[in-house]
Ligand binder design. Structure first.
Ligand code: ADP
Ligand code: MG
Ligand code: ZN
Length: 480
């Protein structure tokens, strides 16, 4: 963990916008879809044409409450306000949001490292459209023209505001990762940061020691990956410390994260901040969910990541190695742990189920979610029984995912993977040893680094069909 110089401590609070997985937008029947032709999912309501009236999407309310429940929030009766500001990607010139009474009040999120991060609120609002600046750097300055796509205008969002309880860049990343896993588990959002369905703004300040009052904060926008978030928070804390140590002061402002330059830059100062002139939205009635509706949502929520980690550890025998702990953290974070649980239930050796899922399966992208569990289990069983080497199993897994499922034994056969019998391994080893007498002598004299050399030769000779473990055993036996 990176530590700050001279006893400085950072204080971080995150604001996360997450798009909800509804079929339609928050106040109209337009499709909520990513990647459509620009300006095809639009209507008078989401374009804010005169005389059009919003109608609240009940599913969005349900999803918002799912998120609030998963974050241990107080679920409450709430209402909508108009937040007025002029920006070209916002056709109405105001955004319908929640102001003094959000649907989800105070809650908390437990991080895997044991830290409890407070949730201040998680309110419902509509997304804006999307502006693309063409030419130049992609930012508005120096661009030739700007294009606006209103497909995203009116897409339902929940904005989750954390308390300033985060104390390091790693923890900020850990919070965002855990929150994403919770959002996905809740079924309310797909959590795809690369598609902008989860967007993070970081508020950062520094202070001398943990008893000092909070310092002036800056808010960093445009963090579209966990890696950017961590880098930006670290950069910003150090920038503020440099200023303070030089006797200067921090100006509260909004800053932009420049990924390529690896630094934050002033976007707008607090003096230029908008006065939003919030007032109650006259076209919508307050939301008053019944207790029965709230209880039904709580009952229908599946296990959250923290609980799934505990269950996985128990399934692995209760005492995982550090490497296995890292693997299962990653598996839960990427929401692939049901493949591990399912495979172990079906009788696959836990270590193989964990390693293949966390390392290889998770790396194959979102297509893996259409892979039938039974096909995955069948593959792991082939590997478990020694019918496929680890290398072969990984290759067949890629085929299986690309094909959306199938019979792994047949796919292995198509690749020409057949189990090498012990006899042919012996013959191959004879030839390799004869061709490399010096290396073999050094290996026999105890130079264990040459294990890799000989295993590599066998793998090359068998096109990866040999089982690494069997090769190692054969080498050791021959060495005597
Ligand atoms: P605004 O509406 O101006 O963004 P909020 O009160 O909603 O202000 O706070 C936004 C975020 O700033 C919250 O996530 C909160 O935890 C965080 N925050 C507040 N004060 C500080 C501070 N001194 N240092 C770091 N983060 C802070
Ligand atoms: Mg803010
Ligand atoms: Zn519409």
């Amino acid at each position: 963990m990176s530590t700050l110089p001279n006893g400085w401590e950072m204080v971080v609070g995150l604001e996360v916008h997450t798009e909800l997985k509804t079929q339609t937008k928050l106040f109209c029947g337009c499709a909520n879809a990513f990647g459509s032709e620009p300006n095809t999912n639009i209507c008078p309501v989401c374009l804010g044409l005169p005389g059009s009236l919003p109608v609240l999407n009940e599913k969005a309310v349900e999803f918002a409450i799912r998120i609030g429940t998963a974050l241990n929030c107080v679920i409450q009766g709430s209402s909508f306000h108009r937040k007025n500001y002029f920006y070209p990607d916002q056709p109405k010139d105001y955004q319908i949001s929640q102001y003094d009474i959000p649907i989800n009040g105070i809650g908390f999120l437990d991080l895997p490292d044991g830290t409890k991060v407070g949730i201040e609120r998680a309110h419902l609002e509509e997304d804006t459209g999307k502006t693309t600046h063409v030419g130049g750097s992609g930012r508005i300055h120096g661009s030739d023209e700007s294009l606006v796509d209103y497909n995203r205008a009116g897409v339902p969002l929940v904005e989750i505001v954390s308390a300033p309880d985060i104390r390091s860049a790693e923890q900020a990343r850990g919070y965002a990762a855990e929150l994403r896993a919770i959002l996905i588990a809740s079924g309310a959002s797909d959590g795809r940061m690369e598609e902008g369905s989860m967007r993070v703004d970081a508020n950062v300040s520094v202070r001398k020691g943990s008893d000092a009052p909070f310092g002036t904060r800056c808010e960093i926008k445009n963090l579209n990956s966990l890696r950017s978030l961590q880098r930006a928070v670290d950069f910003e804390a150090l920038r503020q410390i440099d200023l303070l140590e030089a006797g200067e002061s921090i100006t509260q402002e909004t800053r932009h994260w420049d990924e390529d330059a690896g630094r934050t830059q002033t976007m707008r100062s607090k003096e230029e901040a908008n006065d939003y002139r919030y007032f109650p939205e006259p076209d919508l009635v307050p939301i008053n969910p019944t207790q029965a509706f709230i209880d039904e949502i709580a009952r229908s929520l599946p296990a959250m990541p923290a609980q799934r980690r505990v269950e996985l550890i128990a399934q692995l025998g209760g005492d995982p190695t550090q490497a296995q702990r890292d693997q299962l953290m990653a598996a839960v974070e990427l929401n692939v742990d049901s493949f591990i649980t399912g495979a172990i239930h079906a009788g696959v050796t836990p270590a193989i189920a964990l390693a293949r899922t966390a390392n290889e399966l998770a790396a194959l992208g979102d297509e893996i979610f259409s892979l039938p569990l039974d096909d995955y289990v069948a593959l792991l069983k082939l590997e478990d029984a020694g019918a496929l080497s680890a290398t072969q199993s990984k290759a067949v897994l890629a085929d299986l995912v690309a094909a959306g499922g199938g019979d792994p034994a047949a796919l292995a056969k198509q690749r020409g993977f057949e189990k090498l019998d012990d006899g042919s391994l012996d013959g191959i080893l004879d030839e390799i040893i004869a061709a490399n007498p010096d290396e073999w002598r050094r290996y026999c004299e105890g130079d264990d680094k040459l294990t890799g050399f000989f295993t590599g030769k066998v793998m090359a000779a068998t096109k990866g069909q040999a089982d690494g473990k069997a090769v190692n055993a054969a080498l050791r036996t021959r060495k005597g």
